[in-house]
Each structure stands twice: as C-alpha cells, then as structure tokens.
Write a protein that binds this ligand. Structure first.
Ligand code: 2IT
Length: 448
C-alpha cells in the first residue's frame, strides 16, 4: 500500500505540474523518504495528508510595475506561495532573481514547510519573490522596485498571517525598503517581515544565522563520527550572506573555508577566507557586480572562470549558492578527492544523482532543509522578540541557534533510525521528522 500511495502522489504532481521540474524534484525527494510513514500511519492515508501536503493553500501572482532611472516603465512578475500554515503563520523568504518562476517558488515553499517544522518554532511554509534581476540596478531602482512589490504584497501578509524575509537578491537593504513601505501604507509597526535592521525590530545574529547554523550542524555531524572541526578544509560555493556566515563560524571553530564561487567562476584561497577577507565579501555583495573574480584580483589568489569549486580537495563540502549547483560528476570528484562530509547550506543544492553518489560512497550528506534551517530559525527568534517587544543579546540568540541546530541534527538521526533508515541518512530523517509534526497538526483540523 505504501508504495502506491506515495507513487500516486508523485505521478499526480508530475502530471499536473509538469512544467515545474524543481517542484517535481523536491516532491519526489520528500515523498520517497516518507514511504515508511504510510504503513505506520493509516490515519494519514485516510485523511489524504500526502495528497494535501503537495498542494499549496494558495498561490498569488501579481504584476509589479516600476520606473527605472530613465523613466522607463518596467514590468516584473511577483509571487507569494502560501503553502501550509498548519503549525504557524506562513514563513519564508523572498527571492529576487531572473530565474524565478512559479515552479521555483513552489519548490522553495514546499521545502520550507518541513524545514520550519524541524526548527521546533511555530512557523508554516511559504515563499515568494520576483523575476526582477537586481544585478547592476541603482539603489533608487531597488527602492522603487521594492515599493512596487509591497504595493501588492501588503494585502496578503501580516505578523500573524504570513511573514516574509530575504533569500537570494533580498538582504537588509531590500527588507528596509519593503518594511518601510508596509509600515507607511498599513500604519502598523509589527513583525511582518524578518531580517529587519537592528534599529527597527531586527535580531542580532540574523544576518549570520544561516551560515552559523550550517557550521553548527556540520560540527554535530563530525561529532557523531568522533571527529571535530579543528584543521578541517571546507570548500564552499557562493559569496553571499550564507557563504559569509559560514566563513565566520568555520574560522571561529578552527576550520578553514578555501573556496567561494559566483556566476563568473570560483576562487581558491588555500590560506583560508578569514579576517578582513571575510569583510570583503560584504563589499563584493554591495557592489552588485555579482562577480567573485574581484576577490582573486584583490588578494592575489587563483580564479578559475566558468567552473564550480567541487574539484578542490577538501574534508567537507558546503554548497552555499543555489539549487542543483552540485551534480553527479561533482559528487564523484569530491568522493575521489577524499571529501568526508557534505552539508548543503543552499536549498536543494545537490541533484538527486549527486546524493545517490554520496549514499553509495557512504559520505554523510546533510540536506538543505536541516543544514540551513538556522536562517529561518533565527527569523523565528526575531518574531519572538518582536512579540515580546524585547531584543536579546547576540550571545542569547547565538546560544538558542546552537541549541536548535543540535536539536535538528539529533532529531534527523533519531527519525531516520526509528523509521528503518541508516542513522546517517539525514535526508530521510529530516523529511520524516519535519513531515510528522505538520501531518499530525493537519489531521487535528479535520478536512479543511
Ligand atoms: O530559505 C530560507 O530558509 C530563507 N531564505 C530564510 C527564510 C526566513 O523566513 O528567514
């Protein structure tokens, strides 16, 4: 029975959402690991929880008209997918990138349901964004776009309804413009967005949190094998917010990140990305040039054009850029070069055939929804602080983040072994543990 319930859900999504490959990929990965839950929970089958969880509560698409610096009117498409609010208000980032379409927002929103559940905080799953490309845009253009985007989004969100945040292309500056405009038109100063500036309700450690959480998770993975981070070589991709936080915490715990990448290629810095070099990542991001070669030019290290960093020898690989950024041949090369752990900090960073290689080679692989959950967890802590009308010291936030990440790590291993998988199968454990909480809540509500 279990095989057919799961198979039918996947087949149906493949048919009805055939133009959404990333969504089909995410659904397939999650559903396949839920097979053992079907046997154990006939009540979920009876209530059609598996069929329901792959269908968003609602999908909002809207026109975003804005004026560029030359007075030309430009039109982009805006999205907010409110996927599932069984365990809390919809929560998830906004992505501004030229590749954004409904399928990408749906895959991200779907992953967010289980990720948010794993954090143990009361947050449902949602995601949004636009096909707007921030590369090369002026500050005023970014502002006008954010205001135009919020001009429609405001009617769909709220501190107890749906709380967006940043993702690729949306950082502190964009959240400032979005929040400022929401406050203006709603006349309301509430925690409706996270990733806010410290002056107006933001949380300490939120900018670093995704990377910090990723490194805490890796630390747990190593400890489970009686190893530790001291002296370990890490290859990372990307050079945004996530890679930045990863470099800081890795350096703090005695490991060394030696690569970064961008759309133009990757850099290799064998001495490690530490100290002032880490600060330079912020400058690179603020320049909006979207080029990692600037790092090589500044610090005189090797730049390889048009390639990703997975050929560089490492102990731990941490993809920090975007979906499907690490494929089968990359995985094979990592294995050949002695890589011992893979922790995906990006959302769905590894392709299914890359994950299969890790499994075959017995390289523990931490999936994005567990490894990168520190970002949204700290957003949840920002919401808590907003509700309390208090702000916590950075030590308090960081400590809570560490406790949450350790909890997620242990939960993944326990759920995997409870449901008949290898303890090292973090992907199965994350999917099962994340799903069970949401499914039980959905069941409690009856058929709605
Ligand atoms: O993918 C993610 O978890 C995020 N972009 C962060 C979402 C959030 O609400 O902080």
């Amino acid at each position: 029975m279990s095989a057919s319930v799961i198979k039918n859900v996947i087949e149906k999504v493949k048919k009805t959402d055939r133009d959404q490959p990333e969504f089909i990929q995410a659904v397939t990965e999650v559903m396949e690991s839920l097979e053992p839950t079907v046997e154990r929970h006939p009540e979920f089958v009876k209530a059609a929880i598996y069929e329901r969880v792959v269908e968003p509560d609602r999908q909002i698409m809207f026109r975003v008209p804005w004026e560029d610096d030359n007075g030309v009117v430009r039109i982009n498409r805006g999205f907010r997918v409110q996927f599932n609010n069984a365990i809390g208000p919809y929560k998830g980032g906004l992505r501004f990138h030229s590749s954004v379409n409904l399928g990408i927002i749906k895959f991200l929103g779907f992953e967010q349901i289980f990720k948010n559940s794993l954090t143990t905080l009361p947050m449902g799953g949602g995601k949004g964004g636009s096909d707007f490309d921030p590369t090369g845009k002026s500050d005023r253009e970014i502002m006008r776009f954010c205001q135009a985007f919020m001009r429609e989004l405001f009617r769909h969100i709220g501190a107890d309804v749906d709380v967006p945040a940043g993702d690729i292309g949306v950082g502190g500056r964009e959240i400032g413009y979005l929040f400022g405009y929401y406050k203006k038109i709603c006349n309301e100063h509430t925690g409706v967005l996270t990733g806010k500036g410290l002056e107006y309700g933001g949380s300490l450690v939120r900018p670093e949190a995704t990377g910090f959480g990723g490194v805490y998770f890796v630390d747990c993975m190593l400890k489970a094998k009686k190893m530790d981070l001291k002296g370990k070589i890490i290859t990372a991709s990307g050079f945004g917010n996530v890679a930045w936080g990863t470099c800081i915490k890795a350096a703090e715990l005695g490991a060394k990140v030696v690569t970064l990448s961008g759309p133009d290629g990757f850099i290799h810095d064998p001495d490690g990305i530490t100290g002032a070099k880490i600060d330079y990542l912020l400058e690179m991001r603020n320049s909006r040039r979207d080029k990692v070669k600037d790092y090589a030019d500044k610090f005189g290290v090797q730049f390889t054009a048009g390639k990703r960093p997975w050929s560089v020898k490492c102990d731990i690989a941490m993809p920090c850029a975007t979906q499907n950024e690490l494929g089968k041949s990359d995985a094979e090369e990592l294995a050949k070069n002695g890589c011992q752990f893979v922790a995906e900090v990006s959302n769905m960073g590894c392709t299914p055939d890359a994950i299969a290689v890790f499994k075959e080679k017995k390289i523990p692989y931490g999936p994005g929804k567990a490894v990168n959950a520190g970002g949204v967890a700290t957003s949840g802590l920002e919401m808590s602080q907003n509700s309390l009308r208090l702000s916590w010291a950075s030590e308090e936030v960081d400590q809570r983040l560490k406790v949450i990440m350790t909890g997620i790590h242990d939960t993944c291993r326990k759920a995997a072994s409870d449901y008949g998988f290898d303890k090292d199968d973090y992907a199965a454990g994350a999917n099962i543990a994340g799903f069970l909480k949401v499914a039980k809540a959905m069941l409690a509500y009856g058929v709605v």
